[in-house]
Each structure stands twice: as structure tokens, then as C-alpha cells.
Design a protein around this ligand. Structure first.
Ligand SMILES: *Cc1c(COP(=O)(O)O)cnc(C)c1O
Length: 365
């Protein structure tokens, strides 16, 4: 049955990208973030695929994402990459999610629960080496580590940090790598063994092989998009998504006709105004009004007038054969995610994670 709009997702591309990251990172452990509905690609299906492919960890941002993964019978280790609120630790533990320690207060909350449940709670300590988004301050790490290690109810499975600018600021990133590795050396000199040290996101993987350590955390590149135009394309990746919309109307139009809210566009010739069943309610950026492009039968056509909540218009030449029910590509293939992000002064992550749940995901091998 036809729909107004849908996403076609090629799981084979995700597998290929994972394989290429594996080759490049030389068999290090891999954590793939599946936060925000697996960057829009569909949480449960993607989590299942990655678990089947043997990734070591999935990264989530909310315990609810972990609950959905567990409720679908997926047993892969899960790392909560963000902080959590007091009271959430019970759910985190009951869904077998490994929390990150992002503030010192959390030690008490976790200890209380550990004592109550008589369990040793594994966690990863998140150190701020320059991201400036919470975390344990670098100068506090040894104190915190000692406190956590001496607690009978806590177990430090990993220590990690994050790059704010591995695509843009080489010097800053080098400095972060040096400082984080310095922390590791000092910890080891004290005779403390932490199994998993990790820091590399996609930009780190592409630009800084020195940042790989025990585990890498590729997000956007696993889905097939470079994090920005400033990274080295040191790994070839395959975009996994095509976003399609149906033609829901075709109007033969003469010059001078105003199009859509605000009448921001007037036709200047005989043409066809083609109405598509996709809009900002589906996550198509309204900022692409009069700026976006779509692909139909191998040619690009402009989005004209304002993008509406559920529809948008494109202009085609009067001779183009187009009818209701035809499908048009609004993102993916020649409409590159990276180019759309650049045009909107944002990053591919935002473009794909905003494709709303209303858009049906269809999976292909
Ligand atoms: C989301 C996230 C990543 C992945 O970043 P990409 O740019 O998508 O590769 C890695 N590490 C942490 C802590 C994250 O939150």
C-alpha cells in the first residue's frame, strides 16, 4: 500500500560501514550509539542488527531507550552516555544498562542502590577533558576514582572522554588525547586496572588513529554520513537511508501563480507544481522552503514556496511526466545528507535524527 512518505533503510550499508570501521580500527571494541531512534534509522531494528553483528556496546542517551531495546529481547551491553536523574538508577539497573558517572552526586545514588540490592554496579566514568558538557573534572578524576574503587557496591569498567572538535581543531584534540592518555598512565602506575578506555567518535576515528585505545564510538559514520566536511575521508562509507515521498497532486501552472503560505514564491513560466506528501511534521526542515532540492527520475527539482506541516511543493518543467502516486526522493542518494546539513548550517546528525516517527521505516538487506 502506498504511503505519503517513508524511509528506505539499507541494513547492508550499516553492516558494511561497521566492517570498514572494524578494519580501520584494527579489531578494537566498538560501541555504536543508537540514541535518538538510532539517529532516525529506527531504534529496535538497528539495535538488533548491530547486536547480531557482534558490536560490543550500544550507546543510549535515556534509560527509556534501553528499556525498549531490552523489551525486544536484545541482550547486548548498553552504555548510558549521558547523566541521569536521582531515582532513575533503579530503572537503569533493572534494564541492565551500564550508567556513566557524569557528576559526583551520582556516586551516592548508585551506592545506595548497590547496598539495597546487594549488587556490584558496573559503571564508566566520563571525564571532561574539554567538552564542557558535565562529567568529572580532569583535576578531580583521581579522587573520584579512588572513592568509586573503594566502594564495595561499585565497579569501574571503563573511563572515557569526548571530543568537542575532532573535525575542526587539530591542536586542541591532540592536547586532549595527550592528557587523557596521561591520566591512563597515572592510573596504571598506581596499579589500578580499568578494562575499557575510550574516546573516539566518528571524527576522532577518521582524523586521529592515536585516539582509538580499547574501544571506539562511531555514531553518524555507521549510518553512512561523514560528521562534517572537514574530516578526512579516511574510511569509505555508504549512506544507508533514502527518504521518499509520494506525489499527491500535480497542477499545470502558468507564470505568476503564488505558492504556499506567505506567498513567498511566484511561478515565472508554464510549469508543473507537484505536491508531495511530506512536510516539517515529518521532520523535513521548513528552513528548506525555496531552498531544498528533490530527485525525480534522475533529475533534481527545487522545493518552491514554504514547506507546510504535511506537504510541500516542487516545480517541474511542463514536459515532465509525473502523476499522483509517483515517488520522489527528498533525501539520500543524490540529495546528500551532508550537503543538506551544510546548506542549513548544521550537522548530518540533526538532519537524520529529526525525521519523525510518523515516517514509516522500511528495511532492506
Ligand atoms: C553520540 C556520541 C558519539 C558518537 O558521535 P558521532 O559524531 O555520531 O560519531 C560518541 N560518543 C559520545 C559520548 C556520544 O554522545
Amino acid at each position: 500500500m502506498a504511503s505519503f512518505t517513508w524511509l528506505e533503510i539499507r541494513l547492508g550499508c550499516i553492516k558494511t560501514n561497521l566492517q570498514r570501521v572494524r578494519e580501520k580500527t584494527g579489531g578494537r571494541k566498538i560501541l555504536v550509539p543508537v540514541k535518538a531512534n538510532a539517529y532516525g534509522h529506527g531504534l529496535v531494528r538497528v539495535a538488533r542488527l548491530l547486536a547480531e553483528e557482534g558490536v560490543d556496546y550500544l550507546g543510549i542517551a535515556r534509560w527509556e531507550e534501553g528499556a525498549e531495546i531490552r523489551e525486544n529481547g536484545i541482550k547486548v551491553p548498553l552504555l548510558l552516555l549521558n547523566g541521569f536523574l536521582p531515582g532513575e538508577e533503579e530503572n537503569i539497573l533493572s534494564y541492565k544498562i551500564t550508567p556513566s558517572l557524569t557528576s559526583e552526586e551520582q556516586i551516592r545514588w548508585l551506592e545506595r542502590l548497590g547496598k539495597k540490592s546487594n549488587k556490584k554496579i558496573p559503571l564508566h566514568i566520563y571525564v571532561d577533558t574539554g567538552m564542557g558538557r558535565g562529567g568529572i573534572r580532569e583535576e578531580r578524576i583521581f579522587r573520584v576514582l579512588e572513592e568509586v574503587i573503594s566502594s564495595p557496591s561499585l565497579f569501574v569498567e571503563g573511563i572515557y572522554t569526548h571530543f568537542p572538535s575532532a573535525d575542526e581543531d587539530e591542536e586542541f584534540t591532540w592536547d586532549q588525547i595527550r592528557r587523557f592518555k596521561g591520566i591512563k598512565r597515572k592510573v596504571e602506575e598506581k596499579g589500578i586496572n580499568i578494562p575499557l578506555w575510550h574516546m573516539a567518535n566518528s571524527a576522532g576515528i577518521l582524523n586521529f588513529p592515536e585516539s582509538y585505545m580499547d574501544m571506539v564510538r562511531p555514531g553518524i559514520m555507521i549510518y553512512g554520513y561523514y560528521p562534517s566536511s572537514r574530516v578526512r575521508k579516511s574510511i569509505k562509507i555508504e549512506p544507508s537511508l533514502s527518504w521518499k515521498a509520494s506525489v499527491i497532486g500535480v497542477e499545470k501552472t502558468e507564470a505568476g501563480k503564488g505558492i504556499s503560505y506567505g506567498l513567498t514564491y511566484f511561478t515565472s513560466r508554464n510549469c508543473k507544481i507537484v505536491i508531495l506528501g511530506v512536510g516539517y511534521g515529518d521532520g523535513y526542515p521548513r528552513a528548506l522552503s525555496n531552498r531544498g532540492k528533490v530527485m525525480f527520475k534522475g533529475k533534481k527539482y527545487p522545493v518552491v514556496g514554504r514547506v507546510c506541516m504535511d506537504e510541500m511543493m516542487v516545480e517541474m518543467d511542463e514536459g515532465v511526466e509525473v502523476k499522483i502516486g509517483d515517488s520522489v526522493t527528498v533525501l539520500g542518494e543524490e540529495i546528500r545528507v551532508e550537503e543538506m546539513a551544510e546548506l542549513l548550517k548544521t550537522i548530518p546528525h540533526e538532519i537524520v535524527s529529526q525525521i519523525s516517527r510518523r515516517v514509516r521505516r522500511i528495511y532492506y538487506e
